[in-house]
Design a protein around this ligand. Structure first.
Ligand code: DHB
Ligand code: MG
Length: 225
């Protein structure tokens, strides 16, 4: 048996990608441009995880998507490819350097008609939406980890019964169960788990550990009641 280490996880991700993930020149262009601009490559979702998000969107025929944490808009473009032409994605990024890169990638992707990328704090951007803004069908929380509890509550007020909420990077190589780790990003995730536990507005929730080219992490998924 191979050692279950990072090299193996990366090799298996490559194997999965070669067999199951079709070549995607639009997404590849976004990755290449992100690297050219000198941004780190480990922050965007892995291709097989992007495909999983796209499948959740297609399975549930979601039309309106909210994303917190755009970074290079890789997951944004992945999700846009899963949407029909009348779909819509609002993606919010707090860092101006990142939103500029994201907008470049969105413009090149050809999906700028359905992707609305905004700079700002999620709280501020969402509060400024018109009062008749319809709720979102699918929400991907992938921004600063310490604010996930706040983001979850915020997202719930822009949800309907059946909205799917996916939260990225909630395991952090098991640091969430390491009592010596009191970094705000980790304590924020512990607070998130407490909030998810029997939340009155959630019908079901689970979390899955993942390994792959981006290391050992995981995501949580909830369905709004
Ligand atoms: C980090 C953040 C992410 O959203 C991710 O998917 C991977 C890593 C990070 O901050 O290290
Ligand atoms: Mg992430």
């Amino acid at each position: 048996m191979l050692n279950p280490d990072q090299n193996t996880w990366t090799a298996v991700d490559q194997y999965i990608e070669q067999h199951l993930i079709p070549e995607n020149p639009i997404l590849q262009k976004a990755l290449d441009h992100t690297a050219e601009r000198g941004f780190p490559g480990h922050l965007h979702v892995a291709p097989n995880q992007g495909a999983f998000l796209a499948m959740l969107i297609q399975m549930n025929q979601c039309k309106r998507i909210l994303e917190l944490g755009t970074f290079a808009a890789y997951s944004t473009i992945y999700m846009a490819q899963a949407l029909a032409e009348d779909g819509y994605i609002l993606t919010i990024e707090g860092r101006d350097t990142h939103i500029a890169l994201a907008q470049e990638n969105i413009n090149t992707s050809g999906y700028s008609q359905i992707i609305d990328a905004r700079l700002g704090r999620a709280m501020d951007v969402l509060r400024e939406l018109p009062t008749d803004t319809p709720p979102f069908d699918f929400i991907f929380i992938d921004a600063d980890k310490q604010s996930y509890p706040e983001y979850l509550e915020l997202c719930l007020s822009f949800s309907h019964s059946g909205t799917i909420i996916v939260m990225d990077n909630v395991i952090r190589a098991a640091e969430i169960i390491n009592p010596d780790n009191q970094k705000p990003s980790i304590t924020g995730l512990r607070e998130l788990f407490q909030l998810l536990d029997h939340h009155p507005k959630l019908a079901t929730c689970t979390a899955l550990q993942t390994v792959g080219c981006k290391g050992y992490d995981g995501f949580a998924i909830a369905i709004v009641k």
